[in-house]
Design a protein around this ligand. Sequence first.
Ligand SMILES: *Cc1c(COP(=O)(O)O)cnc(C)c1O
Length: 387
Amino acid sequence: MNRATKAIIYKENLVHNISQIKNLVGKDTKICIAVKADSYGHNSILTSKIAEEIGIEYLAVATIGEAFELREAGIKSKILLLSLCTPEEFEDIFKLDLIPLVFTKEYIQGLSDAADKFYKNDSKKVAVHLAVDTGMGRIGCYANEAGEQAKLINSKNHLVLKGMCTHFAVSDSLTEENQIFTKNQYDNFVLAVENVKKEGINPGICHCGSSAALLNNKEMHFDMVRPGIITYGYYPDEITQEYLYSKGVNIDLKPVLAFETKVVAIRHFEKGKTISYGRTYACPEDTDIAVLPIGYADGLLRRFSPEGKVTINGKLYPICGRICMDQCMVNIGKNNPDVKLWDKVVIFGPSQSGALMTADDYAKIGNTISYEVLTSISKRVERVVEG
Ligand SMILES: *Cc1c(COP(=O)(O)O)cnc(C)c1O
């Protein structure tokens, strides 16, 4: 395919970010990269292959379908299944050799029944990780139940506890209150691990930190960290590079994805003529408008107008009028010698792409987070590896 609208994946930046993470956590801490949601829009097959090439042992997905794609593509790494599924999917966990998170009695029993049916007299043990809810209010047992749950798991013919985990609710916030909450979650997780050990059970690989805690709470790395967004070059919410430098944490991340298109028409409009649906934009003077073949169905969301700007040959130009499903318009000014038909247009991306905006800038405009901006890039946008 040669569609102008595409997402360029800068391999060198991905490799750079992963080595930055490796340096920061040290060689004794395992890394599990979150490749859910198609690697936050970066194509999970491409990124998982690169991660595997450079020795990443664990990947994390949210759904069975995501894991299926990776296995089909020949990915051999260990894969954690972060979200729960229903009994109809349990067999796929075994077929795809996934490590599920578990915690309710019903889930453990259902999984065990399915494993008994699947493995019969085989001595195979399915590794599971016990999820602990220390304050996220999503999945996990409470710390005081962890010992019982671990016993239940290891009492099953075909299940074995190989890890424990929890997830922080506010580790990306720097307020004192939220930092204390995170510390309490961590302490509660340590307690859960102790409770499992007290039963004489090996808790396996313990992990709790996603990107934010990985960067900001070095003491909470445990045996493994689960970075997502920083792998793709963006800092989680309030944790910025400047803040980390001030704490003596040396890290430098580079956005991996450039969202690009090209100018497909340049049209002249007189002052007062309106552009796009709803006639929300009237040309403030005689001007030229470039038409771009990119719209909200590609992931350039409607809420990115009117503040959104695109980069063409090193300068920013405003998106004008509503963003349509497949197209949008930008005001390039009258007789602008800097913008020609078929020129490359960058919505956001790393510096190599020439972009003057990042997914974080778009997140601010759209009142959201870089995660959502990146995962909104849709299926019809081809991901192309550079380098
Ligand atoms: C998505 C997710 C991560 C990664 O989060 P980031 O903030 O992108 O680093 C880690 N752990 C769990 C359980 C997740 O759901």
